[in-house]
Design a protein around this ligand. Structure first.
Ligand code: PGA
Length: 244
């Protein structure tokens, strides 16, 4: 598994349910990976699993990632994609517990914990998403929610150099809204320092990140990078964010 501690900054692109062969060809052209320098920035592009083979071996020095993996390793689970299949398809990272998977597909913290274990067993670095709804924020429940999500979805054998946490307030995803810089710093400080047994993980911020706000968000002390949805569908915008 890749040791993520060696990177100063992590910038994840999450294509969600977007992409096509044509889109990928254009994206690769614009990304122009041969011109990207090996650096302390870890760029990860997480795409729908059917296209992993189309990008395998073509992203260096960036990395390829999945968007979810099955709780199961094999068997009668129609429609699922296992961690070993992701590994066979050259994935080095995989998002798990994205709020869309939690809310639309009913995934629980326990499911996410199993997925993280499956990924680690196959040498894939998990990117675990956590975050509160607007209602939970309004009721001052953010820290309680994050505490529960972290303590229940990160297995005991996880380590700071293998697992990444992405803090994505659900109300900020795809809405153009973001918390204030002070709020982001405050929550990241809480996650990094105040949850016993889970201190000092790499923490990314996600939710309406673009090339205009990336630099100030990534400039915050306890922010190790960003997870970008909508804006990452534009390769040039994604490159700008990596270089912010
Ligand atoms: P967004 O999505 O950047 O479009 O807000 C982030 C995410 O859901 O990962």
């Amino acid at each position: 598994m890749l040791k993520i501690n060696k990177f100063d900054r992590i910038v994840v692109a999450n294509w969600k349910l977007n992409g096509s062969i044509e889109f990928i060809e254009q994206y690769l052209k614009e990304l122009n990976c041969s011109k990207l320098e090996n650096s302390s920035i870890c760029g990860i592009i997480c795409i729908p699993s059917v296209y992993l083979h189309d990008l395998a071996g073509k992203l260096n020095p960036l990395f390829l990632g999945g968007q979810d993996c099955s709780n199961y390793n094999k068997g009668a689970y129609t429609g699922e994609v296992s961690a070993s299949m992701l590994k066979d398809s050259s994935c080095q990272f995989c998002i798990v517990g994205h709020s869309e998977r939690r809310q639309i597909f009913g995934q629980s913290n326990k499911d996410i914990c199993i997925k993280v274990m499956n990924l680690m067993a196959h040498n894939i670095n998990p990117i675990i998403c956590i975050g509160e709804t607007y209602e939970e924020k309004s009721n001052n429940l953010t820290k309680d929610i994050l505490y529960t999500q972290i303590s229940k979805s990160i297995p005991e054998n996880a380590t700071q150099d293998s697992v990444i946490i992405a803090y994505e307030p659900i109300w900020a995803i795809g809405t153009g809204l973001t918390p204030s810089l002070e709020e982001i710093e405050n929550i990241h400080f809480f996650i990094k320092n105040e949850i016993q047994n889970f201190e000092n993980y790499k923490i990314l911020y996600g939710g309406s990140v673009n090339s205009n706000n990336a630099s100030e968000i990534m400039g915050l002390n306890n922010v190790d990078g960003v997870l970008v949805g909508g804006a990452s569908l534009d390769a040039l915008e994604y490159k700008k964010i990596m270089n912010s």
